[in-house]
Design a protein around this ligand. Structure first.
Ligand code: ZN
Length: 253
C-alpha cells in the first residue's frame, strides 16, 4: 500500500535529519474531540460568525457574547485528552529527534502529552490579560468558575479580562512569532501535521522553512498547497499515521 511506503520514507527522512521541527494545526486535535477553532466551515463557525464573536472588536463591544461562545469550547478543551498524534510528537522530542513544536492550537494538548518546547502562535488559555490596565493573571479555578456561570471575568481594576488567545484582528505574539521563524529557518526537516495551512500568517512558517532549505513531510486529511513543496505527502488521520511513523523510526534507529 502506498501509505506504507510513505511512512517508511518519512521515517528515513526523520532518522537522517539533524534538526526537525513540527508545525501543527486544528487537525491535530480533532481526534481529541476539540473542534476547529478558526477555520470556516467547521462546526463552530456554522453556528457563529467568527467576526461577531471571536474578533477583538466584538470582544471589546460585547465580552459577554464572546464568553458565551467560548464556554462550550473551553469545556471541550478541558475534557479533551491528548491523542496518539500528540504522544507521537512527544516521543520524537524525547528521542532527541524533534526540537520544537510550532502550533496554531490553543488547547494545551501538546504540553499535556509531554512536549516541552511548544510555540503557540495563536496563544493559549492559561492566562488572561486585562484590556484596561494590561495586567496579566492566571486563568485559575475562580475565573473558570465565573465563566462557567455566565459572568464576564474582571480584573481588580474593573477592566474586562481577555484570555491570552489571539482573536481575529489581533497581531500574533511577536516574541513567539520570531522564535517560530528562527526554528523554521534552523530546521532541516519540517513536519506539518494536521494543518491545511490556510490561516496566514501562521501558514507562512512551513513555506519559509522549505525556502531556507528544509525538507518537508506533510500528514493531513485533505490536500494542501504545501503538498507540492513536500518530499513526503500522506493524506490521512494524524492520530493513525504519526504513531506508525514513530514505530518505523524506532525500527530504523
Ligand atoms: Zn486591569
Amino acid at each position: 500500500m502506498a501509505t506504507d511506503d510513505a511512512v517508511d520514507r518519512a521515517a528515513e527522512l526523520i532518522c537522517r535529519s539533524h534538526y526537525m521541527v513540527a508545525f501543527t494545526g486544528a487537525g491535530h486535535s480533532t481526534a481529541s474531540g476539540v473542534p476547529d477553532f478558526r477555520s470556516p466551515g467547521s462546526g463552530l463557525w456554522q453556528k457563529h460568525d467568527p467576526m461577531l464573536v471571536a474578533s477583538i472588536w466584538a470582544f471589546r463591544l460585547n465580552p459577554k457574547g464572546f464568553y458565551d461562545w467560548l464556554r462550550p469550547l473551553a469545556e471541550m478543551m478541558t475534557q479533551a485528552a491528548p491523542n496518539p498524534a500528540h504522544l507521537a510528537l512527544a516521543t520524537l522530542e524525547e528521542m532527541g529527534l524533534l526540537k520544537a513544536v510550532i502550533t496554531q492550537n490553543i488547547d494545551n494538548l501538546h504540553q499535556r502529552a509531554g512536549s516541552r518546547r511548544v510555540l503557540e502562535l495563536h496563544g493559549h488559555t492559561r492566562d488572561a490579560t486585562c484590556i484596561r490596565c494590561y495586567a496579566e493573571v492566571p486563568m485559575d479555578a475562580g475565573i473558570e468558575q465565573q465563566i462557567r456561570h455566565g459572568h464576564v471575568p474582571r480584573c481588580r481594576c474593573g477592566g474586562v479580562l481577555k484570555p491570552n488567545v489571539i482573536l481575529f484582528g489581533e497581531q500574533l505574539p511577536l516574541g513567539v512569532w520570531h522564535e517560530a521563524m528562527e526554528e523554521a529557518h534552523r530546521s532541516d526537516l519540517m513536519l506539518v501535521a494536521g494543518s491545511s495551512l490556510t490561516v496566514t500568517p501562521a501558514a507562512d512558517i512551513p513555506f519559509s522553512a522549505v525556502e531556507h532549505g528544509a525538507q518537508a513531510i506533510i500528514v493531513n486529511m485533505q490536500p494542501t498547497f504545501f503538498d507540492a513543496r513536500a518530499n513526503v505527502v500522506i493524506h490521512g488521520d494524524v492520530a493513525a499515521i504519526l504513531p506508525r511513523i514513530v514505530e518505523a523510526v524506532q525500527t530504523n534507529l
